[in-house]
Design a protein around this ligand. Sequence first.
Ligand SMILES: [Zn+2]
Length: 275
Amino acid sequence: MSEVLNAFTVDLEDWYQGLEIGPEAWGGFDDRLRVGSDRLLRLLDAASVQATFFVLGYAAERAPDLIREIEDRGHEIGTHGYAHRLVYQLDPQEFKRDIERSLETLSGIVSGPIRAHRAPFFSITKQSEWAFDVLAECGIECDSSVFPVQNYRYGIADAPRWRYQVRPGLTEFPLSTYRLRGRNIPVGGGAYFRIFPYTLTRYALRAINDEGGAAVFYIHPWELDPDHPQLDLPRRISLTHYWNLAATERRLERLLADFRFGSLGRVLGYENGIH
Ligand SMILES: [Zn+2]
């Protein structure tokens, strides 16, 4: 096992919130947040890993007991915003209102301070770099939203691959990529974790650790719930969302055995005072 401590992060949202369906339609779907979350919490407990959970405010309002339980188990609570809107489709005032609403919701549920943020769909791009100013104003100390790749939905292709100071008091911890022939290959979790063979993920994360850097891994509870409903969606969305969900749990077990993981607070050293 490599000695490098990597960050394990969870975007805590229900299955229908990761499908580019607007919040006005969410009321019609079955809540299944517990199903994947319980499996994930069991795996993390078994590996003695404390992670960072970026909790969606809307989901927290519906499952406050789950969020309290996550904090009680020693995990760090961060924010994933309130309504899962793409940041580059908002203006700075709308984004600020969404962040403030999520912070109010979360601080009514958990006891620790909220210091970390991840944007829905990694949607801090060149168009929405003003989001860093808003996050700094809201007291966020660590953001992990920039994916240094080019994707139809997100990405800043030429962003740094390693953590950097993006505003005074605000560190950006970009999603992990493997450098191959001058290009950044996304290897940090989610659909990439399910699509690529596990051995490739392991190889790439080891290479990142050998370069001396901590990797950031991310996963969603619905990725451990292969039985959640299948909706008729545009192919580019449904393919990545539903691909190989049945493999996630077993692969996570291997990942947690092969690498050292902790929360962002622990990796970056700002956790003192949280627990
Ligand atoms: Zn999300």
